[in-house]
Ligand binder design. Sequence first.
Ligand code: ZN
Ligand code: ZN
Ligand code: ZN
Ligand code: ZN
Ligand code: ZN
Length: 285
Amino acid sequence: MRLIVACSQCNRQFDASGYEVGSRFRCYCGEVVTVSQPAAHEAAVVRCSGCGAPRSDGPNCSHCGSSFAAYERDLTSICPRCVTRVSDKARFCHSCAQPLAAEGAAGELDDRICPACGGDQRMHSRRLGADLSLLECSGCAGLWLSSETFQHVIRRAEEMVADVEPNADSERPAAAMDQPVRYRPCPECKALMNRSQYGKFSRVIIDTCKQHGVWLDEGELSNILEWVRGGGLDQSRKAVHEARVQELRTQQLGVSLARNNEWRESGSSGAGRGRRGSLLLNLLF
Ligand SMILES: [Zn+2]
Ligand SMILES: [Zn+2]
Ligand SMILES: [Zn+2]
Ligand SMILES: [Zn+2]
Ligand SMILES: [Zn+2]
């Protein structure tokens, strides 16, 4: 049987046949969709399941020629709009004419275990556009991305950097940062992952296995992408640069002070002004 689930935000439909009732996955629009098994009902065939046209007299649709009887047999799918039992083959609901077009499977069950839920909670693989895929836990809605996929997603977000003032001081709920630290096993190698704040200032703590990838709890990916689109990475790079410059200045200061002391100990004068002058320069620039 085909389990079609629609996103409540954008109405995209997914084939969630491999999912248990109550499990969750993320729609392309970002909304988390919960798989439910609605109490389906039977409804009279008032629409053609092949083209959605109103039912005409006779055994076949006068628009597309489909046999009405053919679609009345295997009523094992459910219309996500009006919860009528419909045929697996139906392209339209025979009651409300809702097009039944799942954009693809919600995901296939993978062998890897969710690092947050543990136990035997396996993850589902999901396609991300044409070329990427990730794993998603249907229990906690967390995401596992390979290092390459994560970099790719970040790069895409950076290309879309919006013309908005970077807002590093925004009051992002830092709930994850307050929670007790729990190290999680990498789903590939089982080694405990590193926890770190992404981009130093994003306020999102991510779990990373250097070898294999990144684990993101529910909502963390969208928080990171929002931060990146707001120019967060640029700001972070600048801050790292500033810190490096500061460090070099401090080192130079150390060298200058040492020289200064040498000069004092040697007791010579004359060149002193120049030295002091360059110390000041070092401090200023
Ligand atoms: Zn959606
Ligand atoms: Zn028809
Ligand atoms: Zn319907
Ligand atoms: Zn989980
Ligand atoms: Zn690993």
